[in-house]
Structure formats: structure tokens, C-alpha cells
Design a protein around this ligand. Structure first.
Ligand SMILES: *Cc1c(COP(=O)(O)O)cnc(C)c1O
Length: 412
């Protein structure tokens, strides 16, 4: 597609402008203002020499949509603008992106260092699949930066980070761990799904490869799966080559849905994290809540690091209910403006206990070892009005209190 002749690029533009115009300062066929969904599996050529040049990558163009597709390329250009990356590669899901990055850069005999709190699916790759192909995996306590640095110093090919973590919102000091990784020549990969490119740009902090589950905040409406990988051109061509062969390409319909959602990312996130902060502060005052996790609270153990490396604290809050699963079962169904579901990053507020969402595949013992109690609930705060979300929580807590009083007043 042709660049608009008067296009000045987005070099000095803010995140909101990049989200709208990134990848889309182009002239489309028919003068369409919106990115076309190009469904063609293959692209035709009458001139065999031109075809050959395109196939060899010597001339621009498309050959077959497992390799590249115009709609998917627009999405890749848009996330590149937001993460300020040279290049990006789109996948059929966040997990396809994560597994493909790990399989691109790790080989038999290599070692990867990460933390115990990574996303459940990522953790399964570390514990189940990588060891099977002869990759040594060391998972450190997420809060223990000294231990992570010690393990990095022993030598590794990949350092894999995720911050803030799911569902306990721990914060890793990206620059500090990147420095340790650079000393041993390791590639640093970061899952930036929870922060979003609005709040955190890991590439600017020295990370080599940034991954997003576009299923979450980027698409923003809980109606599409996708994954995105960003970084320098040289690294991304390796990831792209792996995708061409492994085939976990994003389809053009999904790419369009994510492009459409990303245009409102900045507006959504501003509202969502404002409400998240208000909910976190309210939860701190609620007697039925034992503890609250939110990087924006001064009481968060790594609040200072979060302030330094994040532009905002995100829209996920988690808290521990007194009374454990019994309280969870009464409180959650009582909420009027919330889905109880295993997703996050949508315009609707979503509540879910760790037991049925992020850590459904773990046993009770494993969850407790990770510091995840049965009363831990994660909230992905939506774009509803802040006061409505606060009132909703308050009425649900009032209901729980009523029930508890009734039961405690019953004759023994
Ligand atoms: C959801 C999620 C993933 C996996 O993404 P899918 O699109 O569901 O495959 C990876 N990392 C984080 C932090 C997530 O929240």
C-alpha cells in the first residue's frame, strides 16, 4: 500500500496519535479510509521474474498469507509504532507468540532464567516442554532480585521477564535485570501484556524482545485472540522465519479486530487505570479484605520501581478475601457490573479467583507455595464509570457482611 505523499511520520507524536495512525498513514484501494481485510491466501503474478524477486524478498509484495499478509502487516506496523520497535511479528495468540519466541532463540543445551510468577501457559512451557528438548530452566522467586541476578551470572542464553505479574502484580526492576543479562550476553524477553505499551516500553529499558497477548488490552474487547512480538529487525526476521514454518500466523480478520481495538487503547487505559487506582484504595479500607495488590499503592513493596519504569500502573488489581473461597463464592455472583470469567483487558470489568483463572492448572499446594491463597481475586477494571464500579463493590461487600451476621446469630 502506498504511503500518503504528505505523510510526515509519527516521530514526534504521542501514544494516542500513534495508536490511531500507526501503520495507517497509507492510501488504500478505492480510497477506503479503513484498512482492508485481505483474505487472499495467495497473491498472483503474471511476470514470472517479478514473482521470483518478491518470493526471494528482493522486491516488496506478498506471496502467500502464512508468510505475510497486508492486514497483518498493518497491525505489525501499528504495534511497532507503540513499542517504538524496528519491527514486529503477529501470531494467532499470545501463547503462540511466547512459545515461538522461546523456540526461535533456544536450542538443546541452552539455559533460560525466569521467575515463578510468569503467566500459567508460559510456566507450562518452562516446566513441561523446554526441559523435554534439553533446555535447562531455572525459575527464581519473583521478589528476590539478588537470586535472579545470581542465576543470570551462572550463564544463560535467555532471560524471560514478565512485569507486573499475574495475578499478584509483583514488579521486576527491568533495567537492573537487563544489566545482569547483558554481562553474560543473554537475550532479554519481556511479556508486556499487563503494562501495555502506554505504561511501559521495555525496549527503551534495554529489553531485546517484547511480547503482548493482543487478546487483552490491545484489542480491548474480549472478542479476538492474538499475539505480538516486537524488537530489532535482525531478531524479528528470525522470529518471522520461525512463524513461516511453524504456521501460527494471525488471520486477517483477527488482525483487523486488533487494529480496530488498538485505536482506543490510550482512551480506554486512562479510564481503566483511574478506576483501578480508586478500587485499590477502596479495597484497602474494606474489613473483609486481608490484602490488596496494586503497583500504584505506596504500600506496594516495589512501588518505587513501578514509579520509575511505568507511566501508569495498569488496570489490574488483586486482593485477598477474608473467609477464602466461601467469601469469593458469595461476593462475585453479587456484582452487577462484572463478568466472572478467565479473561482480562476488556471494556467490561472482569473478576476471577486465581483458582479458576490464572492458576487453574495448579494444585492447591502449588498455589499456596506461590503465595496464592484461595481467597485471591483478580479484577480487570473496565471502562464503566468509576463510581458505579465502587458502588457495585460496596453493595456486594454489604451483602456478604449481612450473610455473615445472619449465620453468626443463628443458635448453635
Ligand atoms: C493472556 C496472557 C497470555 C497468553 O495470551 P493468549 O492470547 O491467551 O494466548 C500471556 N501472557 C499474559 C501476561 C497474559 O495475560
Amino acid at each position: 500500500m502506498n504511503k500518503k505523499p504528505d505523510s510526515a511520520g509519527l516521530d514526534n507524536a504521542g501514544a494516542g496519535t500513534r495508536a490511531v495512525w500507526g501503520g495507517e498513514q497509507v492510501r488504500h484501494p478505492y480510497n477506503a479510509t479503513q484498512t482492508p481485510i485481505v483474505v487472499s491466501a495467495a497473491y498472483g503474478y503474471d511476470d514470472i521474474d517479478v514473482w521470483y524477486d518478491v518470493a526471494l524478498g528482493k522486491a516488496p509484495g506478498f506471496i502467500y498469507s502464512r508468510m505475510s499478509n497486508p492486514t497483518v502487516e498493518t497491525l505489525e506496523a501499528k504495534i511497532s509504532e507503540l513499542e517504538m520497535a524496528e519491527s514486529a511479528v503477529a501470531f494467532s495468540s499470545g501463547m503462540a507468540a511466547i512459545s515461538s519466541v522461546l523456540y526461535t532463540f533456544l536450542a538443546h543445551g541452552d539455559r533460560v532464567v525466569s521467575t515463578k510468577d510468569s503467566y500459567g501457559g508460559t510456566n507450562k512451557i518452562f516446566e513441561e516442554f523446554l526441559p523435554r528438548m534439553g533446555v535447562e530452566v531455572t525459575l527464581c522467586e519473583t521478589f528476590d532480585h539478588e537470586a535472579i541476578e545470581r542465576e543470570i551470572a551462572r550463564g544463560c542464553q535467555v532471560l524471560y521477564l514478565e512485569t507486573p505479574t499475574n495475578p499478584t502484580l509483583k514488579i521486576l526492576d527491568i533495567q537492573r535485570l537487563v544489566a545482569a543479562a547483558k554481562r553474560v550476553g543473554a537475550l532479554v524477553v519481556a511479556d508486556n501484556t499487563f503494562a501495555t505499551p502506554l505504561n511501559q516500553n521495555p525496549l527503551a529499558l534495554g529489553v531485546d524482545v517484547v511480547i503482548h497477548s493482543a487478546t487483552k488490552f490491545l484489542s480491548g474487547h474480549g472478542d479476538v485472540l492474538g499475539g505480538l512480538v516486537c524488537g530489532a529487525q535482525a531478531l524479528m526476521s528470525k522470529v518471522r522465519h520461525y512463524r513461516e514454518i511453524n504456521g501460527a500466523t494471525l488471520d486477517p480478520f483477527s488482525a483487523y479486530m486488533i487494529i480496530r481495538g488498538m485505536k482506543t487503547l490510550v482512551l480506554r487505559m486512562r479510564q481503566q487505570q483511574r478506576s483501578a487506582h480508586a478500587l485499590a484504595e477502596f479495597l484497602c479500607t474494606e474489613p473483609l479484605v486481608a490484602s490488596v495488590n496494586y503497583p500504584g499503592l505506596p504500600s506496594h513493596p516495589n512501588h518505587a520501581v513501578a514509579c520509575a519504569q511505568m507511566g501508569g500502573f495498569g488496570a489490574i488489581v488483586s486482593f485477598v478475601l477474608i473467609g477464602g473461597m466461601d467469601t469469593v463464592k458469595v461476593l462475585l455472583p453479587r456484582l452487577r457490573f462484572a463478568h466472572c470469567a478467565g479473561n482480562l483487558g476488556a471494556v467490561e470489568t472482569i473478576y476471577g479467583p486465581a483458582r479458576t483463572t490464572s492458576h487453574v492448572e495448579n494444585t492447591l499446594e502449588e498455589r499456596l507455595a506461590l503465595g496464592i491463597s484461595e481467597g485471591l481475586v483478580r479484577v480487570s477494571v473496565g471502562i464503566e464509570d468509576t463510581d458505579d464500579l465502587l458502588d457495585d463493590l460496596k453493595q456486594a461487600f454489604a451483602f456478604v457482611r449481612c450473610l455473615r451476621e445472619e449465620t453468626s446469630h443463628q443458635p448453635a
